[in-house]
Design a protein around this ligand. Structure first.
Ligand code: 8Y7
Length: 282
């Protein structure tokens, strides 16, 4: 596995873990009530996340929350492009674009984005080709069906094995399309077409996904698996999310996708101090 992910003009050193800050601009983004839907507010929030230690910022214009309305490619582009452009202009950071739309991938890359994050693992018509053309790395996430219907009784005989098989199949499709393994990050897709039990089992079996020998991205921040276990609403899921972030790091996760960057950074620093840095404290 390559230790360096070349994200446009930035390099991400994957011998250490990183935090990806979530910068949602969808008006119906579920956990911040859409309050950051203006450009200025998003830039302000971006600056705070970077100051707190985020290595990447994930920008998305389509809500993938179960039951969310679909947006047209043009609407998505109109939401995403101005923010990608402004982030690239104002900050020296890796901008990740959360999109399944070929047009958005192409435009975002031209504007200086550094990573393509696709919850549909480049399965949309034209997505593999568009992503390949950009030369950017891609994050392939596991999901079944579409966000609108994915929570309608998902079934697996063996959730970890089936997620791994799906991801392997998407890696193969990428390689055929000209996206080499050095450009691929994998994500089990917590909360996407999975029951609470599936999510918990998949999380506990995260190390099995290392058999694919590619870096893992984990996104569990404020998700329903935290809410269900704790019986808490979305604004009270920070401590549960931090617990899972540390467990993801322990299980080899390399990029942790979160809303609460500063808090997760403290957890990540403690993990790293124990993991590799203890000699420095002698
Ligand atoms: C994930 C994601 C979301 C995730 C990756 C939310 C866009 C739902 N979750 N992308 N996107 N992995 N790669 O709660 O887990 O943030 S949206």
């Amino acid at each position: 596995m390559s230790a360096i992910l070349q994200c446009g003009k930035h390099q991400l050193d994957l011998s250490r873990p990183h935090i990806m800050g979530i910068l949602n601009i969808t008006p119906d983004s579920f956990s911040d009530g859409g309050q950051y839907n203006t450009l200025d507010a998003a830039l302000h929030r971006a600056g705070n996340m970077l100051e707190a230690g985020a290595s990447l910022l994930d920008v998305g214009g389509e809500s993938t929350r179960p039951g969310a309305k679909a947006v047209s490619p043009q609407q998505e582009l109109d939401r995403v492009a101005p923010l990608v452009e402004a982030l690239v202009k104002n900050f020296d950071c890796i901008v990740s674009v959360d999109s399944s739309t070929p047009q958005v991938m192409t435009e975002s890359a031209a504007l200086g984005a550094g990573l393509l994050n696709d919850v549909r693992a480049l399965q949309r018509e034209g997505a593999l080709e568009a992503a390949a053309q950009t030369g950017l790395p891609v994050c392939l996430m596991h999901m079944r069906g579409e966000p609108q219907t994915m929570q309608d009784a998902p079934h697996y005989d063996d959730v970890a094995a089936e997620v791994a098989a799906f991801l392997q199949q998407r890696v193969d499709a990428c390689v055929v399309a000209g996206i080499s393994r050095e450009r691929i990050v994998l994500d089990p897709g917590f909360g996407f077409a999975k029951t609470l039990q599936h999510n918990l089992e998949l999380f506990s079996r995260l190390p099995e996904l290392h058999a694919l020998n590619l870096p893992l991205l984990v996104g569990v921040s404020r998700k329903s698996m935290v809410g269900s276990v704790l019986d808490k609403p979305v604004d009270q899921r920070l401590y549960g999310s931090l617990a899972l972030a540390v467990m993801a790091l322990e299980r080899g996760g390399k990029i942790i996708r979160v809303h609460d960057v500063a808090q997760t950074m403290d957890a990540l620093k403690m993990f790293e101090a124990v993991q590799t840095g203890w000699r420095e404290y002698q």
